[in-house]
Design a protein around this ligand. Structure first.
Ligand code: FEO
Ligand code: CA
Ligand code: CA
Ligand code: CA
Length: 680
């Protein structure tokens, strides 16, 4: 189930949506298909730009290095499944590793199946609704490491004995709210493999939680500005908590990136007029998602721990109340996994919006460090941050990882993507000097200096003419070619007046994966890598000729492993694919998806067998998060919001018919019975 499927669009700009641009692009390529199979099938070379004798450095050529390893996906694809258990290929195992509530130290008592664990337990145990994650190997080992796992949101029914409660005045009990706050954020979990079995090392000194209450530093253009001054941080240098941490990233210098996605909904603002940035992001005005602010003035409340979720101005200025509290959310947050004493840092230069994730581009010595990010909401944008500092390979192993983060992430330029129907695209800078679509105007004249642009990043992107997308979720970069892939999960609530007339995939109900390659001068070339669809759909919709072995919809998680295998995870519901199977993970080696002439292509009837279903999750869940050991023999993924699972430490076991368990999101580990590499 998609958590935010019913969220309306907050983009009121006239910028042409990607779906119409794509349809023009697609029909132009198909007009050519008649006699010119080569040009028509070429991914980056629409409209005859690619000639048969392209030079060797032609960007339409896939990079040979991944393909040269000649790896093959050797597992038998698993069929779709509607059972309440994880399904993996023959010869593989799937085991529960770190479910919600797993104690991380002695301050937490064991998880209780009646929901009665305390807020204090939750602050010292694995959080709820696991999402993005990363495995930080210890000493490069493949049997010892630290998992950093996002805990995106909560299920109040599972979290408490009787779900969320309120008193007759509508107030939430302080202890329930604290438990909910503590169930969000990030869990750092030391895991080890002994005798072939992974387990959590409870009470390890590296184990810890970052929650919606943990104090963090603000860095970059917003830090110290009036926009982020609050009664808690009168100089605007700190924030309390991180929220709705969805996808993740990691840096070349060994830190974890966690991304604040659907955070506006934890707030409420009852002011008559909302600040422009809050209107643009869709700040609730009638009811917050969980009602945390209703616990304010409880006798146990400390430092406005609940009152801060109500943004309505009350004091004489911003340092007297929490009108600016929301301006301390919406960022990429950097964590040093191995230094428990250092605070997490919000890197504000990467923009403020509903960040799905944050993914580094291909690193090149002497060139800037690049991060890609998407705003997961209907008709929102894709962004790229380019560091001011150039990459110094000596920084791969720095003494001070967060100082290195400051070097590459606090100064640089944020860009937003504009797509053209001829397969080209531009990165438009979001700087005060950047021209807007209005004649002779700039972002500086329209919005102000860099902090004002960051504060309302999406509005700045509207003004420069960025392309509204169909909900960008995860992105990832091919380690060999540097090509960027991003899931556009779906946009099935699109209003009719936003449709282009001759569009056979008008609502993009099934989603697709876009791919682009940087071509210098802030330009790129793009096309679709694969279209999601039901195998039964007509070929105007099932454009990648998907079959039972690989039909999927609503792609969300996306991760390249170092071998060049791309793993695709789904968060799907309410369509023909959902009738056939629960959410799933598929694998494909994109560098092998080529035309006979060796050009990169969209998956179609000639190549669809290269895309294979690897795993299916239990009922009602979403599959998300991806991490692997350096030797590729242990794969970690997350099962988020299952309905009635897990039943056993063996993740492939369903509860016996009719019996109910309290559902627990969990990290699971997948291994091969012969201890071989996953997938090949
Ligand atoms: Fe939290 Fe966009 O998924
Ligand atoms: Ca989700
Ligand atoms: Ca997601
Ligand atoms: Ca999703």
């Amino acid at each position: 189930m998609s958590e935010f499927d019913n969220e309306p669009s907050y983009n009121s700009s006239d910028n042409e949506p990607f779906s119409s641009i794509l349809e023009r692009n697609w029909s132009r390529r198909h007009v050519m298909r008649g006699g010119l199979a080569l040009a028509a099938s070429t991914l980056f070379g629409n409209l005859g730009l690619v000639q048969a004798d392209s030079p060797v450095n032609d960007p339409t050529r896939p990079s040979p290095s991944a393909a040269a390893r000649n790896i093959k996906l050797r597992f038998e694809p698993v069929p779709g499944s509607k059972t309440d258990a994880v399904v993996v290929p023959k010869g593989y195992t799937a085991t529960i590793l770190a479910p919600w509530g797993t104690p991380l130290n002695r301050q937490a008592s064991a998880w209780k199946s009646d929901g009665s664990n305390s807020a204090q337990d939750q602050a010292n145990a694995v959080g709820m609704h696991h999402d993005g994650m990363h495995f930080f190997a210890i000493d490069g080992r493949s049997d010892d490491g630290l998992l950093l796992v996002n805990n995106e949101y909560i299920d109040q029914d599972a979290l408490h004995p009787n779900g969320a409660t309120r008193n007759e005045m509508g107030k939430r009990p302080a202890d329930e709210v604290r438990k909910e706050i503590n169930a969000h954020g990030i869990s750092a979990v030391r895991i080890v493999k002994e005798n072939g079995q992974w387990h959590v090392l409870s009470d390890d000194p590296l184990n810890r939680r970052y929650t919606s209450a943990t104090v963090m530093d603000l860095a970059g253009p917003m830090a110290g500005t009036d926009h982020v001054k609050t009664a808690f941080s009168k100089d605007g240098t700190q924030a309390r908590g991180t929220n709705n941490n969805c996808g993740n990233g990691y840096t070349p210098w060994g830190t974890y990136l966690t991304c604040e996605e659907n955070w506006p909904d934890i707030f409420i603002n009852r002011a008559e007029t909302l600040p422009a940035d809050q209107q643009r992001l869709g700040m609730p005005t009638e009811e917050s998602r969980y009602g945390w602010e209703t616990a304010a003035q409880d006798a146990s409340e400390r430092e406005s721990e609940f009152a801060r979720f109500d943004l309505t101005p009350r004091g004489d200025d911003a340092t007297q109340d929490y009108r600016n509290e929301a301006s301390t959310f919406g960022y990429i947050v950097e964590i040093d996994p191995f230094d428990v004493k250092r605070r997490a840092v919000k890197r504000t230069a990467l923009g403020r919006f509903r960040h799905e994730g944050c993914w580094p581009g291909k690193l090149e010595p002497g060139k800037p460090v690049v991060f890609y990010s998407g705003h997961d909401a209907r008709f929102e944008y894709i962004y790229k941050f380019v560091s001011k500092a150039n990459w110094d390979p000596a920084d791969a192993n720095p003494k001070d990882r967060l100082a290195t983060g400051a070097k590459y992430m606090d100064k640089g330029t944020l860009y937003v993507a504009c797509f053209n129907d001829d397969g080209s695209g531009q990165w438009l800078p979001l700087t005060p000097e950047a021209p807007t679509q209005q004649n002779y105007s700039t972002l500086g004249k329209e919005l102000g200096e860099l902090p004002e642009i960051i504060l309302n990043t999406a509005r700045a992107a509207d003004l420069v003419g960025a392309t509204p997308m169909d909900r960008p979720e995860w992105g990832n970069v091919d380690p060999a070619s540097g090509d960027v892939y991003m899931t556009l999960t779906n946009n099935d609530k699109r209003e009719i007046d936003q449709l282009s007339a001759p569009n056979p995939r008008p609502r993009n109900e099934n989603g697709q994966i876009i791919r682009w390659r940087e071509t210098g001068d802030n330009s790129f070339r793009w096309t679709i890598f694969v279209f999601g669809a039901s195998a039964k759909a007509p070929d105007t919709i099932n454009r990648s000729a998907l079959t039972q072995d690989n039909q999927f919809a609503s792609p969300d998680g996306l991760m390249f492993d170092p071998r060049g295998i791309l793993w695709i995870q789904t968060d799907n519901s309410d369509n023909a694919v959902a009738d056939y199977t629960n959410d799933q993970m598929l694998a494909v080696i994109p560098s092998q998806v080529t035309s006979r002439e060796g050009y990169a292509t969209t998956i179609d009837e000639r190549s669809q067998e290269l895309l294979k279903r690897f795993l299916v999750g239990p009922n009602d869940c979403e599959i998300t998060g991806f991490a692997m050991t350096p030797d590729h023999t242990s794969l970690f993924i997350n099962v988020q919001h299952p309905g009635n699972w897990p039943y056993d430490t063996d993740a492939t076991q369903a509860a016996p018919g009719g019996s109910n368990v309290r559902p627990r999101s969990s990290t699971i580990v997948i291994q091969r019975e012969d201890n071989g590499e996953i997938g090949v």
